[in-house]
Design a protein around this ligand. Sequence first.
Ligand code: SF4
Length: 182
Amino acid sequence: MASDKLKIAGTVHDSIVDGPGIRFTIFTQGCEHNCPGCHNPQTHPLNGGKEIAVDELIAEMLKNPLLDGVTLSGGEPFLQADKLCPVARAAKHSGLTVWTYSGWTFEQLWTGEASDDCRRELLALTDVLVDGPFILSERSRELKWCGRRNQRLIDVQNSIDRGEAVLYVPPVYGADFEIPKW
Ligand code: SF4
């Protein structure tokens, strides 16, 4: 029987930097992309980190009533897509958004060389995919929610519908706000 335990490097219970709002961020353990200059080399070994039962992780995530979403980061989350699908499903069921970071691109995960049924399912449960490898020369501190210019924020549901990557456009809060005339 497959283990119901996820290998993680850690969690942050109330992140405000891994997507919009307050987020429960899961840093999965294990990555084989070997991006030069990666900031999280400790997350690379597949046998490192610690194991946590998926049910326990979901309960931990749902404890915070102020949460806006869950962010799946790494490491490479799609290496453990089978364990993360129930987490993403529970999040959606509770009205939370799902953001996922990956060293693979949308195209590689949806139809390309990194695609398989489990990974496609996790992708389909994702609202926004921040995709692409870490390229040191593309690093920028001015970007929101990602650290390199080559990374894309992908609107996954629209991309699946259209069959091509569609960029996510964050809502502009207050754009239609009119100053009351007294
Ligand atoms: S995908 Fe992320 S964790 Fe993996 S090597 Fe690249 S930057 Fe590091």
